[in-house]
Design a protein around this ligand. Structure first.
Ligand SMILES: O=C(O)c1ccccc1NCC(=O)[C@H](O)[C@H](O)COP(=O)(O)O
Length: 221
């Protein structure tokens, strides 16, 4: 199975170009001022144009954002996906899907098996799930913390669940992660950074290569 690759927190034309050269599928923009990956709407708009011209889908990553903020992002960035990385309710997710006519990826913070119960009311609303690790105590960020959860917990999930695996993925652990999970995609941020918010082109190369190696050992679905 070929996993969709999302590289999150892109903020420069060089990194966007490399993501496209490598055949990544999705580019994520972080709209969260406390994040070292935060981009302005103007920067994201320019990068999104570049992504579109290179065939990459774009994802606007937001956290409990109000309609005014989302209206501006959708109008100026024209993302292909909305990633909801906060406590957005199923009702809010449905409302945003219909307001913008965009597919929604709902993120869930996972620490133990019970955390997967939370996806139930989003079934039929979220177009894709994203499973990330719970933020460590004291972190200001709900995502992008470079920490993993126990991937063995994914065995408790319905095999048909369409989800991206996220949280602390690197070139060194992605083979094991994909061997354990039935993820249809992977999402990486810190694992391809030389410093918080600074994407390393070399680390992006190695990560994508490692995903494609791991793909070869996965059953076709
Ligand atoms: O990456 C951030 O800084 C961020 C901030 C606020 C909300 C979400 C954020 N990231 C969302 C992502 O999709 C990340 O790629 C995901 O959490 C994995 O990050 P990492 O563990 O650093 O690979």
């Amino acid at each position: 199975m070929t996993a969709t690759i999302k590289i999150c927190g892109l903020s420069t034309p060089e990194a966007m170009d490399r993501a496209a050269d490598l055949g990544a599928d999705m580019a994520g923009f972080i709209f969260f001022p406390k994040s070292p990956r935060h981009v302005s709407v103007e920067t994201a708009s320019a990068l999104a144009g570049q992504a579109r011209s290179r065939g990459l889908k774009t994802v606007a990553v937001t956290v409990d954002m109000d309609n005014a903020g989302l209206d501006e992002i959708v109008a100026k960035v024209r993302p292909d996906w909305l990633q909801l990385h906060g406590g957005e309710s199923p009702h809010r997710a449905a409302e945003l899907k219909s307001r913008y006519g965009l597919p929604v990826m709902k993120a869930f913070a996972i620490r133990d098996a019970a955390d997967f119960d939370k996806i139930e009311p989003y079934k039929g609303i979220a177009d894709r799930f994203l499973f990330d690790a719970k933020a460590p105590k004291g972190s200001d960020l709900p995502g992008g913390n470079g920490v993993s959860f126990d991937w063995r917990l994914l065995a408790t999930l319905d095999g048909a669940a369409n989800y991206m695996l996220s949280g602390g993925l690197t070139k060194d652990n992605i083979g094991e992660a994909l061997g354990i999970s039935h993820a249809t995609g992977v999402d990486v941020s810190s694992g391809v950074e030389s410093a918080p918010g600074v994407k390393s082109l070399e680390m992006m190369d190695s990560f994508v290569r490692a995903v494609r190696d791991a793909d070869k050992g996965r059953p076709q679905e």
